[in-house]
Design a binder for this molecule. Structure first.
Ligand code: ADP
Ligand code: ZN
Length: 312
């Protein structure tokens, strides 16, 4: 095995599908296999384990494995429940030990984090946030998730942060209750794909581009970005996920509503080079999530090596 380009395995566990990758980086992916996320975790984890087994046979031993999971998950090292899915809207997956079931059995270093923290780290390593120590990645899809990097690290306290669920100022006159089953009108409850569909009464793909629902979702996202700008002052904010990928015009609304909301309090032009360069799509596109798992594997491998190798 080449120590400078170790063979890595990444698994992104998503609400609807799990993407498994093997390779050494974004320009060297040897194989990618998608396993549907079943209601029964045993079936899904068995199929992923089978993919890993067949890859070992084909490509040989890998140096580390990265697991990037939907959550919330327990990231507290030393906790009895480290590596477990905590509570989740996904039926059947509550309390499942992802690291124990998928990682430890492989006998190699395991990197584990949330899917959005992984995607943020991948954007920092290979994508649209290279050379930045302070930035954020927001995904707007089945939910709203945020990977916030401060001083080169994903923010972490008593556990990972969950900025998709912050409460925000509502657009004046808008009293729609939102769909988050915990908070109603938190950012996710107002701006995730299913929220937009519920408000429009149409499937996402059928909602016309000029429907007012996009701007209403963008209003919630702009409020989230306003909060983040003032809380940790990221140098760039990447906004992706299935909704923004399909409807990039949402970003235009987010930029305009962010400027309106900040109301001249900060000079974004001076601080960040202007809102067009500040709120941008992720450079890795739909691969940000799966490459996030690979980035976690790369980090796990790096910390497992003697310092001499890490310095190369
Ligand atoms: P996940 O969050 O599960 O990883 P994605 O990021 O792929 O999923 O986003 C899926 C969401 O994208 C769906 O919930 C749907 O609401 C939304 N979506 C799918 N197609 C379109 C479309 N054509 N226009 C707008 N939104 C869409
Ligand atoms: Zn919520």
């Amino acid at each position: 095995m080449n120590a400078a380009r170790p063979l890595l395995c990444g698994i992104e566990l998503g609400g609807t599908k799990c993407v498994c990758l093997i390779g050494t980086g974004p320009d060297d992916i040897l194989a990618q296999i998608v396993v549907p996320t079943a209601t029964d975790p045993d079936e899904t984890l068995r199929r992923i384990a089978e993919v890993l087994r067949s890859w070992r046979e084909t490509y040989g031993a890998f140096a580390a494995i990265g697991l990037a999971s939907f959550g919330p998950v327990d990231l507290r090292v030393g906790s009895r429940r480290f590596g477990h899915i905590a509570s989740t809207v996904k039926p059947g997956w509550q309390g499942i030990d992802i690291v124990g079931r998928l990682g430890l059995v492989q006998g190699v270093p395991v990197g584990f984090n949330t899917d959005v923290n992984g995607a943020a780290l991948a954007e920092g390593r290979w994508g649209g946030a290279r050379n930045l120590a302070d930035y954020a990645y927001i995904t707007v899809g089945t939910g709203v998730g945020v990977g916030l990097v401060v001083g080169g690290k994903s923010v972490f306290g008593c556990n990972h942060s969950e900025l998709g669920h912050v409460r925000i100022a509502r657009r004046p006159g808008d009293r729609w209750p939102g769909i988050c089953r915990f908070h109603g009108d938190c950012v996710e409850g107002l701006a995730c794909g299913p929220a937009i569909e519920a408000r429009a009464g149409l499937l996402a793909a059928q909602i016309p581009d000029d429907s007012p629902v996009w701007e209403l979702a963008a209003y919630a996202l702009a409020q989230l970005v306003h909060t983040m700008v003032l809380a940790t002052a990221p140098r760039r904010i990447l906004v992706g996920g299935g909704v923004v990928q399909a409807r990039p015009h949402i970003l235009g609304h987010v930029r305009r509503l962010l400027i309106e909301s900040l109301n001249g309090y900060l000079d974004l032009e001076d601080l960040t080079g202007g809102v067009e360069r500040y709120v941008v799509p992720p450079a890795l596109g739909a691969l940000a999530g799966p490459l996030g798992a690979l980035a976690l594997a790369a980090d796990a491998y790096a910390v497992s090596q003697p310092a001499r190798v890490r310095e190369i």
